[in-house]
Design a protein around this ligand. Structure first.
Ligand code: SF4
Ligand code: SF4
Length: 351
C-alpha cells in the first residue's frame, strides 16, 4: 500500500474544507457472481453497459475537485471489472479508497487490492451453513474466510463487513470478538429493504422477513456492547456517535440525525449517473456535477432529502452524522486508536 505525502495532504485539506461532499460510493458494475437472498442486484443482470476506464478516471477527477475525501468502490462485485486494477490504482492516489468484495474474487485480484486503503470482505456469520444459505452459493463461507486470512497475512488492510440482520443479530458480538482478536477490523452494514420509490437510481435490498430486525431491544444492546468494547479494543470501525444514533432508532423509533444525501454524500452508478442515494432519482451525470452542484434544483432536493426517513442504511447514517469539518475531526478522535495502528503498520510495511 502506498500513501504519498501528496495524498495525505490532499485528504486532510479536503476533510477540513467546509460544505463539501466528503463521501461518494461508486457502484462500478451491476454484475455479480453471487445470489444473496437479501439483495436485488443479481436479479437484474441485464445491464452489461458500464462507464469505460477513462470515464471512471475522469469522474474521479471531478470528485476530487468537488472535495470528496473517501470513495467506496462497490457493485455488484467491482472486482468483476477487468480494469479494476487501473481504477483502484487511480482512485487510491487521491482518495481514502475502500473496495468491496463478496469474498469470491479477492485472492485472484490481490495485486490490485494491494493499492487500496481498505478492502472489505462481506461475511455475516461464523456459521458456514447459514452463510452459504444467505449468499445462495455453496462454499461462499469458506472462500470468504480464506480471502480474509490470505489478505491479512499479505499485510493488506482487510476488514470484515457483516450485514446485521435478524439472522445474525445474536452472534454479532461474538463475531466481532472473533475477528478483532485476530487483528482483522470489523465494519458493519445493516439490512434494509428498499420500499419502492419513484425513479430510483437502482434497488439493492429485497424484502425478506427473515432478515428484518424484530428484536429491537437486542439490537440496542448490541450497540451498547460495541460502545463498551470500543473502549477496550482496536478494530471496531464504527463511531460511537453512529452507534448511539442507531440505538436510539431501534429503541425509540426516532432519528437523531437528518439525512445529508446530495450534501455530504452521493452515489454514482455503473453508467456514471449521480443520485443523492441509490433510492433517489439520478440528478446528473458525474461529468455534469460541477455545473449543477450549487444549482437551485439540487438545493431544493437537499432540503427534501433532509426530511426523508425512508431508509436506515448504515453507511448513509454514518455519512449524515459525519458530514462537516467538526464531525470529520470527530472521526479522527473516535477512531484514533485504529488510525495509530494503521499508521504504525504502514510504517512497518515501508521499513
Ligand atoms: S449482496 Fe453483494 S454479493 Fe450479494 S448478490 Fe448483492 S451485490 Fe452480489
Ligand atoms: S433517508 Fe436519505 S439516504 Fe435514505 S432514502 Fe431518504 S434520502 Fe435516501
Amino acid at each position: 500500500m502506498r500513501v504519498s505525502s501528496q495524498k495525505l495532504l490532499g485528504v486532510m485539506k479536503r476533510s477540513l474544507t467546509p460544505n463539501r461532499p466528503y463521501h461518494a460510493q461508486w457502484l462500478l458494475t451491476r454484475r455479480c457472481n453471487y445470489r444473496c437472498r437479501g439483495c436485488n442486484v443479481w436479479t437484474d443482470q441485464l445491464h452489461a453497459e458500464e462507464v469505460s476506464t477513462d470515464e471512471v478516471k475522469r469522474g474521479l477527477d471531478v470528485l476530487r475537485k468537488l472535495g470528496v475525501v473517501e470513495i467506496v468502490l462497490s457493485g455488484g462485485n467491482p472486482l468483476l471489472r477487468s480494469d479494476i486494477d487501473e481504477i483502484i490504482d487511480y482512485a487510491s492516489r487521491f482518495f481514502v479508497t475502500t473496495v468491496y468484495d463478496n469474498g469470491s474474487m479477492a485472492i485472484e485480484k490481490i495485486d490490485a487490492l494491494r493499492k487500496a486503503d481498505f478492502v472489505a470482505i462481506s461475511l455475516d456469520t461464523l456459521d458456514e451453513e447459514k452463510f452459504d444459505y444467505i449468499r445462495g452459493v455453496r462454499g461462499a463461507w469458506k472462500t470468504a474466510m480464506q480471502a480474509l486470512e490470505t489478505l491479512h497475512d499479505e499485510g493488506i488492510q482487510v476488514g470484515v463487513s457483516p450485514t446485521i440482520s435478524q439472522l445474525n443479530l445474536y452472534e454479532i458480538i461474538d463475531f466481532t470478538k472473533h475477528f478483532i482478536d485476530r487483528g482483522i477490523p470489523v465494519w458493519y452494514c445493516l439490512y434494509a429493504y428498499d420500499y419502492p420509490t419513484e425513479n430510483p437510481l437502482f434497488a439493492i435490498g429485497k424484502k425478506r422477513d427473515e432478515f428484518e430486525i424484530v428484536d429491537t431491544e437486542a439490537m440496542a444492546k448490541v450497540c451498547d456492547t460495541l460502545i463498551e468494547m470500543k473502549n477496550e479494543h482496536e478494530g471496531i470501525y464504527i463511531t460511537t456517535k453512529t452507534l448511539l444514533a442507531l440505538k436510539h432508532l431501534f429503541q425509540n423509533n426516532q432519528r437523531t440525525w437528518t439525512c445529508k444525501a446530495l450534501q455530504a454524500f452521493f452515489m454514482i452508478d455503473h453508467l456514471g449517473r449521480v443520485a443523492g442515494c441509490h433510492r433517489k432519482e439520478p440528478v446528473a451525470s458525474i461529468f455534469e456535477l460541477p455545473e449543477v452542484w450549487d444549482s437551485q434544483r439540487l438545493q431544493s432536493l437537499r432540503q427534501k432529502y433532509s426530511e426523508c426517513t425512508q431508509c436506515s442504511y448504515l453507511c448513509y447514517i454514518f455519512y449524515s452524522i459525519h458530514s462537516d469539518v467538526k464531525s470529520n475531526l470527530g472521526i479522527l478522535r473516535d477512531q484514533w486508536k485504529n488510525i495509530k495502528l494503521l499508521l504504525a503498520e504502514r510504517h512497518d510495511t515501508k521499513s
